[in-house]
Design a protein. Sequence first.
Length: 314
Amino acid sequence: MKAQYAKGRVYAGIRRCTKHLSGAAPKNEFKVLRAEGYNRIGEYEKAMRDAHEARAILPEPYSKWAARQIGIAMAALGAPDSARHWLELSVGTNDNNDTWYRLGLLDKAAGNHQSAFVHFDRVLQDDPDHVPALLERGACRALLGDSTGAMADLDLAVQKAPRDPVAWNSHGFYVHALRGDHRSAVADYDRAIKLDPNYSYAFNNRGWSYYKLGNKDKALRDIRLAGKKRPGNPYVARNLGVIALESGEIEQACAHFRNALDLGFTQAHGDEVERLAREHCGKTSAPPQQRPAEPVTPTPVPSRSNAPGRTNAP
């Protein structure tokens, strides 16, 4: 099943697991593998059901593998504290790097960039070719003010994975856009979009860089297209809200901010939109809703995805 999942044949793997679980003598270890498959396709409730059942009846290491699948599902469903609990319970198998990586993602989403850095660095000490961890460590370095270290990590990431659109998107955002070099950022986003024409996050980031370069029309075109490609991305609503606000369209801006909050912006990206809504929208702004945040990754790390495991540099 692992081999099938690695080749992208997730549904076939799930069917094989189900076959092994049927009959008079089901092989219950396949519940863990099926839970992994369900997580890979976004069926998080089914993943948790299988993983909880497996954990209740199977010894280690299966019980720890099951705990990891519960943690992955909880993170994707917007419950980071529960996700952390289950992921920490899963430590102690031969796949600890995946757990450290996901714990790093949780810390980074919570704004704990130093703690996240430690987790990603731990992965890279064991596996220097783990490109997703390299991208995330570079992002943490950028967010901690270490622009030289960030550039070193992200330059190395695109060298190791020159055909990975996520690498180019993160390079554009953390190496160039955060330093105000939006022309260079656009060039990186162009590379990401050429590699994956449906990559919503690169369109959203390119749109924001166009806006900072003074091209509002191109900015809105790209950001709206990003929203069509991935309607659940709260950063699209954030960007549209800021552009509307700076254009004097207060009512429209507040509608976008409320949408961003409803889509889980605070859980995934911090309290910026809450602050903007309080400052500019008064009583018209709704409090943040506890809706599931965007899955954070990508499994081990499927490409071109925003599920647990990939940085998308909002």
